[in-house]
Design a protein around this ligand. Structure first.
Ligand code: ADP
Ligand code: MG
Length: 215
């Protein structure tokens, strides 16, 4: 009998240790995830700042300078059609490149998120992105606060960004809906579209490049 009690106590102790180890591993995983997320956001912020301070400024001054050159050529009555055409195209290209950089900056560091908080930022991003593609969007938020912890805000916003990008890229949908429902313990974000759909079961492979099936 003593033997068997001893064995059972031993097993109980062993189990408690296992639980502790599991809990610690879980906490470590959470901490690592938080760290990775923050590091990635910091890097994105840095690149966005660089794009804003350097690249975007240079492109703006290039576009302005080309504009001025065109104005000058017109004032001097230059009648070389090919040259003028080429100048105008170059100017248009510089403006286009500038606009692309602005878009990229928005993706990298959504000031939306800093300014408005996650729920409103998701709603605004979805509306701007989807309506520009002619996709109707309806949103519903239930029980949300205006602000959450930064890692919660960033995670949910990035997830929404990815899913909304997928709707534009893959779905061929006409309508999409977003529902964000939070209580004191959890937030559930549900995004649907009425497009062609896809088989989740077939998305098991994660491409080593990091693209694909990251959803
Ligand atoms: N809303 C959607 N409608 C239809 N297919 C989708 C949708 N979202 C994702 N998919 C499918 O799931 C695949 C994986 O998506 P994702 O991991 O974001 O990779 P990527 O967008 O880079 O292809 C997509 O290639 C697409 O085939
Ligand atoms: Mg995608």
């Amino acid at each position: 009998l003593l033997n068997s009690i001893g064995y059972q106590i031993g097993t109980a102790i062993e189990q408690t240790r296992l639980y502790d180890r599991l809990a610690m591993a879980g906490e470590r995983y959470q901490a690592l995830l938080r760290h990775a997320l923050t590091a990635q956001e910091e890097e994105r912020k840095r690149i966005a700042r660089e794009l804003h301070d350097e690249t975007s400024q240079s492109l703006t001054s290039l576009a302005l300078s080309l504009q001025a050159t065109i104005g000058m050529a017109e004032m001097r009555g230059i009648e070389d059609g090919d040259l003028m055409e080429r100048l105008r195209k170059t100017h248009a290209n510089a403006v286009h490149a500038g606009n692309e950089i602005v878009k990229l900056m928005k993706e990298l560091r959504p000031t939306l998120l800093d300014e408005l908080g996650m729920p409103t930022a998701i709603r605004r991003y979805a509306k701007d992105t989807l309506e520009a593609q002619g996709i109707n969007i309806s949103t519903e938020v239930i029980g949300v606060e205006e602000r959450y912890q930064p890692e919660v805000e960033v995670s949910l916003f990035r997830i929404a960004q990815g899913v909304i990008g997928n709707i534009v890229e893959h779905s061929e949908a006409k309508n999409a809906s977003i529902k964000l429902e939070c209580d004191a313990n959890a937030c559930v974000l549900r995004i649907e579209d009425d497009g062609k759909g896809f088989d989740v079961k077939r998305l098991t492979r994660v491409d080593p490049s990091g693209r694909g099936a990251g959803l």
